[in-house]
Design a protein around this ligand. Structure first.
Ligand SMILES: [Zn+2]
Length: 495
């Protein structure tokens, strides 16, 4: 595409998650709402099991990991190593049925523990193959207490068999529901930040990442797409097929996706060892911006370090006024193809594979580590295409927008502004300021070291600041304080 005109890129990152939702009054949003309504009955199921009466040498593991914005998310007492999500999907009914099996290691001694899981009918739960009692608890009954002990250091396998119509979250900061959603061609999943546990039981917090296997059985004419590598496609009864996907690298729960629709796989020339594939509606021509993915990986590799996964690409869906960086398989709303921003959305979601996916935020308060970095990657792509002056002009435009708009505290935006312009644009300009202060060499060394040190886990803002000071040798307290924690906007940085 041509050089981005001034106002266009400026609204890009913000519009990606937020402004785009203003277009969300279309028919597909209605579809999601309808599915929410229809599934209400699925949440009223009463578990048949009863709590055990065993003596309690230890206490029950508490719900929640104490995330400052979502205190109920995540669970204590164990660390998940692997999820096997085995689901049969009936898109026409928006119904799922199957089993999620969680391999985990206990990190403490407790009499019982919880999974995050809301709605859906549970058939049974087993631990290492033996049936166990369970009950729902907590707000919206979104905690599933499993009456089985945890012994520090011991591995266990918990399997939850369930069925029903998933009930997505209420619209939050994004302005639309998250979780398992419907659209005109089938179903898709976009779970950030808190929708994953509405379709599979999990430790629903980015601080506990795990490998995933998906076995998705779909009706004739449909394709089942998930994260990672497609390792098997097996025909089953009546033209149905099971698609098996492996995501061997640690992945946060909100980045897990399943898309079921008529989709065509498009292969692109690989970039180095990275397999590039997109899943598009059958009638769709390959978007020009998708053909740039290899060049973008090549460019970002040099700046951020090697692309962190084996594969990358997009799955295009209707009814999603956004794009989400679901690991190795970005869910890309088709509405972006009507906008002049497409190429920059492609760059933004790709950059998230390093920032957000490989290095995930320790808590949701650290979300600028995702969005500020992916937004700054758009500016880096502008610089790559059009030069430093164009990039600085673009930064100035975004700065002017920020200066003219009341916005949240970047380093502590609160849940309602989780995807607001302070997180995206001021977060991006925080990195611009860091680059100006540290110089190019130290700045990109900071980014590469960040990837090397935290690249399969999660990290916090404090850890980023400490690392930036360590690599640059500079005292950066004032800089980060001004950009991340002050309500006043510091002067526009100029490298
Ligand atoms: Zn983003």
């Amino acid at each position: 595409m041509g050089r981005p005109r001034r106002p266009l890129v400026a609204v890009l990152a913000f519009s990606m998650a937020a402004a785009a939702c203003s277009g969300g009054a279309g028919p597909d949003t209605t579809a999601s709402t309808a599915s929410t309504t229809a599934s209400t009955t699925a949440t009223t199921t009463t578990p048949t099991a009863t709590p055990t009466q065993a003596a309690a040498p230890h206490s029950a593991a508490p719900n929640g990991l104490g995330d400052p914005y979502f205190p109920g998310l995540g669970n204590t007492g164990y660390d998940v190593e692997h999820y096997l999500i085995d689901l049969t999907v009936e898109p026409a009914l928006n119904r799922i049925e199957g089993t999620t099996t969680i391999e985990a290691v206990a990190t403490a001694d407790y009499d019982s523990f919880t999974l995050d899981f809301a709605g859906l009918d549970i058939a049974d739960i087993t631990i290492d193959g033996a049936a166990v009692d369970y009950r729902r608890e907590g707000p919206q009954e979104s905690e599933l207490r499993v009456e089985a002990p945890l012994v520090t250091g011991e591995s266990f396998s918990v399997a939850v068999a369930y069925s029903g119509i998933p009930d997505p979250t209420e619209p939050g900061a994004l302005g639309f529901p998250t979780g398992w959603l419907t659209n005109r061609e089938g179903t898709f999943v976009a779970s950030e930040p808190a929708g994953a546990h509405t379709w599979f039981p999990c430790n629903d917090h980015p601080s506990d990442k795990a490998a995933f296997t998906f076995r998705i059985t779909v009706p004739a004419g449909m394709t089942g797409v998930a994260n990672g590598t497609l390792v098997d496609t097996a025909a089953t009864a009546a033209g149905a097929a099971t698609f098996v996907w492996e995501m061997p690298d640690p992945m946060a729960t909100y980045l897990a996706t399943v898309v079921v629709a008529p989709l065509e796989r498009i292969e692109h020339p690989p970039m180095g060892d990275v397999v590039l594939r997109d899943y598009l509606p059958p009638s769709m021509d390959v978007p020009e911006s998708f053909t740039l993915t290899g060049d973008m990986i090549d460019f970002f590799d040099d700046l951020f370090g090697p692309y962190p996964f084996d594969e990358y690409g997009h799955v295009v869906v209707s009814g999603f006024p956004a794009a989400l960086e679901t690991q190795t398989m970005t869910v890309f709303g088709e509405e972006w193809f009507d906008s002049p921003f497409t190429e920059f959305v492609v760059a933004h979601e790709l950059a998230h594979q390093w920032f957000g996916d490989a290095v995930s935020p320790s808590t949701w308060r650290d979300v600028w580590l995702n969005e500020g970095f992916a937004t700054y990657a758009e500016l880096l792509w502008v610089e790559h295409l059009y030069g430093a002056a164009a990039m600085q002009a673009e930064a100035a435009t975004r700065y002017a927008d920020l200066a003219g708009t009341p916005h949240a505290i970047t380093g502590d935006p609160q849940p309602e502004a989780l995807f607001g312009m302070s997180v995206y644009q001021r977060g991006g300009l925080t990195l611009h300021a860091l680059r100006a202060a540290a110089g190019d060499e130290a700045f990109f060394e900071i980014l590469r070291t960040w990837m090397e040190r935290y690249g399969s886990g999660a990290a916090s803002t404090a850890e980023f600041i400490a690392l930036a000071e360590e690599v640059s040798g500079a005292d950066l307290d004032d800089l980060f304080q001004a950009w991340l924690y002050s309500s006043q906007l510091p002067p526009l940085p100029s490298p």
